[in-house]
Design a protein around this ligand. Sequence first.
Ligand SMILES: Cc1cc2nc3c(=O)[nH]c(=O)nc-3n(C[C@H](O)[C@H](O)[C@H](O)COP(=O)(O)O)c2cc1C
Length: 528
Amino acid sequence: MDDHRAILEYHERSKHQLRRYAPGPGYLDWANQPDPFRTYEGAPREPLPLAADGMTVRFADVRAGRLPAAAPVDREAIGVMLELSLALSAWKSFRGTSWALRCNPSSGNLHPTEGYVVTAGLPGLDGGVYHYISRDHVLERRALWHTPAPPIENGVVVGLASIYWREAWKYGMRAFRYCQHDCGHAIAAVSYAAASLGWQTRMLDAAADEDVAALLGLDREADYGVAERERPDCLLWVGAGEPPAIDALVAAAHTAHWAGKPNRLSTEHVQWPDIELVHDATRKPRTPPSRSPAGIAVEVATPRLDLGASTVFRQRRSAVDFDAVTSIPAEVFYAMLEPLLPRPGTPPWNAWPWPAQVHLGLFVHRVEGLEAGLYVFLREDAALEPLQRAMRPEWLWRKVGPAHLPLYLLLAHDTRDTAKVICCHQDIAADSCFALGMLAGFESLVESPWCYCRLYWECGVVGQTLYLEAEAAGIRATGIGCFFDDEMHRLLGLQGQAWQSLYHFTAGGAVDDPRLTTLPPYGPHAPR
Ligand SMILES: Cc1cc2nc3c(=O)[nH]c(=O)nc-3n(C[C@H](O)[C@H](O)[C@H](O)COP(=O)(O)O)c2cc1C
């Protein structure tokens, strides 16, 4: 079967329908719950300092692209970059059970995304490939360069990889989608954290999956044995200098000294052949590097709260419940949407080398000065005509809000019940200020099937932006992976597979669960 068809079939089969959910395990096999932390036994460990408390950069500046002078690329700064992106942000505890939360969110808190740092060598850190253990805030040295080191100057390469089993254990066939969303969240988290150090982030998008696997050691069959495999996602160049050539990185990895054997995360596994199929169909070959899209030049409005960047990154949480009363002024809503428009040199879009392909279908419930109803927010003006043609002819398409914001009212109506039903009957979609679905065009998949993953990554990047914007707006957000795909399409009038809703989201006045205790992420009071 050709790759494009295989992807479309996977996409159909992994949809939740009103009358049947996508194939899943049907129950939670607690005895086989995957270990959320991967470690490489035998790899030398390099503890990182916890220095993010000393950061003074404001979130308002970072999100507007007003970055501080670039910090020297050293061990402490690498520690801060990880502490503010992939590290633990807290432990939660309830009746003797504890679980860690991280700066990056994850479907079901299962965290399939593994992080790596590749360096030519820094004071106090030998050159090589390091795996990051968020639980301990340490780097494990998987590979030590055999001289000469690849030309990595004034920056590091951050690698991301996914362990599908972590999500498949709970979610079955749909898990592949969630791993991709999580990867997008991680990309954005790295870009924001790096920006708070004055560093730019660029996706090394020319790399093939094979290159990513070779550099991170994911193709070292003998090392993995029975341990769950990590699948290559992407490489990000993070720093102030120019990125190294992929060939030089891969060549150095081939001659490096490798160490460490991965831990096994579960003793038994359920196979999900559809995930293997879609993984194979979305393998990325080497491609010419993309030119970063132009983006818009309009300033973003300041957020409602003036918070430190490191505070926002670490206090980000998913709301588990909303109060169904909190509303936000329209200006605050617009200020949350503005950063979703690509801006050159500004996180998270400095990490995104492709044109915007994801747009929002919004359910506005509680925004003062804006009628409740169904809206569309375009992240690329060129999508207006194709989306108008694809959707119901009766929609209003009335432009609302500031002139530079491509926000359109389709229908003034109370859509709370509709949003809730579409999001697998979850109250959080109705009790919030607004909910939304992320609409992606599938056209690019004909030529480049590997873009399927990138569409989800883009949704994850949009989601991470909204999570942080919600914190700065004094409300809270939640990603929603459980939704009835075709109910959203039916509502909007979208037919066939040309446009698909890939991720839902909601933001409002959060109600915390008072039964839970919050503990610090590290130190003597953190559970381990
Ligand atoms: C891709 C994705 C899908 C999610 N789907 C849902 C969902 O359908 N319902 C929900 O209540 N939370 C959902 N969440 C929120 C996660 O449960 C949450 O991120 C996780 O428990 C970790 O908590 P934290 O975000 O506070 O760190 C989702 C998060 C992500 C990243």
